[in-house]
Design a protein around this ligand. Structure first.
Ligand code: TRP
Length: 451
């Protein structure tokens, strides 16, 4: 079994990506996704967008623009799982399961919520004026995003660290309440890229939509040029030496140039390059670096149904993970099929809970599966999906027939094979000895009763 690091991050779809977003988040994420060790899950956090924005047109436009930006920037959707949060119904469902274990006191401490309350109090208003349940529950939805896919690393800005910590907190609580020794959720860690550029904006402050100082990314060459012409500089005339270290124009240049290009630009500024010409150089550089991607971006935007197909395919990939996992979680909290329960009761009576308990159940998609529980209720196996109940029944019969088991271990788990196909999997055990104990329990469970 591979042990790739699962990296997951979401992008709230309320705006149009600008140069700062590109250098600070998009570009590094795309580069990181190329690492052979990385299993990247990147998604459009469009449910989160609804918390901050009630303009449907803007939500729709932003989702398309952000999707096209990431793809144009070189994200390889064969390699990564790229999807829209709102295409994964398991996420809101998990959000509810987590809401039921999340401490209200924990959410009271969330920075974003607290800031809104403080603002209200300062203004002499009701503390909760204008605060929605969406804003209040924002961290629970984000915890579901992260825990649904058992992410190890979550690249985020500093303002989001607290949210990742809350995800750990909530996930741990769920594990404790329902895991019965099993850790359902992996504990995620926030990943803060120290080396990544925080780009200055036109006025030298951090480039941010809220400061209205951004340089557009892919809209058009002209827009980019116009913005660059508005970069604030000192008033030194052409011919006068400029100080590159106190010029955010130079900082911007450096974020996209090779070290050699930066050294040359620095020397030219020191030798009196005029600001007009310097802006021209910055534009040339950005246009060379981003021109092709801009072209791809406009092709993607022009074909929204292709974009739709790409994201739907991403959702299928993501749901292949989310659907079976959520079924396990539903079982864990007690949302189980009545039919399975009847069977448990019946078997228990007959065999005095001595032998294996097969519990069959049906998935939402109509397929049939079963679990095998040991005498003391530990899950030993979860079957693959079968098209009909007969096929599933035939497999459980064969397993109990006493024939030699084809059992193959994989890391701390094992699978059971019949006729060249894996028919059932064990859970992932904490270590090899827990796994081996489960193998023993399985052999005992499957030994035909001697009565
Ligand atoms: N809240 C994040 C932001 O505003 C976006 C986000 C939503 C996210 N869900 C996530 C980031 C899960 C990382 C993981 O930046």
């Amino acid at each position: 079994m591979t042990t790739r690091t699962r990296i997951l991050t979401g992008i709230t779809t309320t705006g149009t990506p600008h140069l700062g977003n590109y250098a600070g988040a998009i570009r590094p994420a795309i580069v990181a996704s190329r690492d052979s060790n990385a299993d990247s899950f990147y998604f459009l956090a469009d449910y989160h967008a609804l918390i901050k924005c009630d303009d449907p047109l803007r939500i729709q436009r932003s989702r398309q623009e952000i999707a096209a930006t990431w793809l144009a920037g070189g994200l390889d959707v064969e390699r990564v799982t790229f999807y829209r949060q709102s295409d994964i119904p398991e996420i809101p469902e998990l959000t509810w399961l987590l809401t039921c274990v999340a401490a209200k006191g924990l959410l009271n401490r969330a920075h974003a919520y607290k800031a809104s309350v403080d603002k209200n109090v300062e203004a002499g208003e009701d503390p909760d004026a204008g605060i929605t349940m969406g804003l209040y529950s924002y961290p629970v939805l984000m915890a579901a995003d992260i825990l649904m896919f058992n992410a190890h690393k979550v690249p985020v800005g500093r303002d989001q660290i607290q949210h990742v910590e809350m995800a750990r907190d909530i996930g741990q609580r769920f594990n404790h309440l329902f895991g019965q020794g099993k850790e359902f959720f992996t504990m995620p860690e926030a990943l803060i890229e120290e080396s990544v550029a925080t780009l200055p904006g036109l006025d030298g402050r951090k480039m941010s939509k809220s400061y209205d100082n951004t340089i557009p990314l892919f809209t058009s060459a002209k827009d980019m040029k116009d913005a660059i012409s508005r970069i604030v500089t000192d008033s030194k005339a052409p011919g006068e030496a400029k100080d590159p270290d106190n010029s955010h124009l130079f900082t911007l240049y450096q974020a996209f140039s090779t070290p050699a290009q930066a050294a040359e630009f620095r020397s030219e500024l020191l030798h009196g390059l005029g600001w007009g010409e310097a802006k021209n150089r910055l534009f040339q550089l950005l246009d060379a670096e981003l021109g092709e991607a801009r072209e791809r971006y406009h092709q993607l935007i022009a074909r929204p149904s292709d974009l739709e197909d790409i994201l739907r395919a991403g959702a299928v990939k993501a749901r292949a993970v989310a659907t079976p996992f959520l079924n396990e979680l539903r079982e864990a909290v007690g949302l189980r099929s009545f039919a399975a329960q009847v069977q448990v009761a019946a078997t228990t009576k007959k065999k005095a809970a001595k032998a294996a308990r097969f519990i069959s159940f049906r998935e939402d998609d109509g397929s049939f599966r079963f679990r095998l529980l040991s005498a003391d209720g530990e899950q030993l196996l979860l079957s693959r999906n079968f098209a009909d109940g007969k096929a599933a029944g035939a497999v459980t019969k064969q397993l109990q027939s006493g024939q030699e088991l084809d059992l193959r271990t994989e890391g701390n788990a094992f699978g059971i094979w019949l006729d060249g196909a894996c028919v059932a999997d064990s859970p992932d055990f904490a270590d090899a000895s827990a796994r081996d104990a489960a193998v023993d329990a399985l052999r005992i469970a499957l030994t035909p009763a001697q009565d």
